[in-house]
Design a protein around this ligand. Sequence first.
Ligand code: GAR
Length: 193
Amino acid sequence: MARTVTVAVLFSGRGSNLENLIRRFHDKEFGDKRVVIAPISNRPDAPGIELAKSYGIDTALIDHKRFPSRGSFDEALVSNIEEISPELVVMAGFMRIVTEIFTSRVDAINLHPSLLPLFKGANAIEESFGSGMRVGGVTVHRVDSTLDGGEILDQRCVRIEEEDTLESFREKIHKTEHELLPQVVAKLLRLTE
Ligand code: GAR
């Protein structure tokens, strides 16, 4: 019988990368492994929660506003993750800076919409597009206690053409994210068809 491999996916908003991971991996068997996606959100109004529900998947909600400090939120988040005991923790649009409480106990990877180390932070797509560079891109990196720092695992370039608008560039970034993140996840979990 296939062994269940749980992937915790942390998100704060739309959840298109969460949906992509669900479609690609959830409840599917890869050799002797069966993957289960376990979504976790810090925002009760995140559209990704309903999206996950449409696939029959409940999201664990840990509302950061209910905690008096960053540290106490991280404690609750880590406890939740440890209960699930996932093989891999993926931050996909998780708009929180985590403390050492998190990084000392959880090995996670993060998706970021720029060619790190350029354009760290919450406005990477806008800053990348406005930089004058002719390429932007997407990065998946390990999470450490620095903002969008940590070992880079993989990256893809996205060209910025003359005719691109911020919106068309954003679309290209998301399309590239939807290709790159599952590739990194499959590699880290050693999933074979
Ligand atoms: C993605 O573009 C992801 O790279 C970005 O948030 C978006 C979430 O989209 N993350 C960051 O900017 C982290 N600094 P989604 O909710 O549709 O997956």
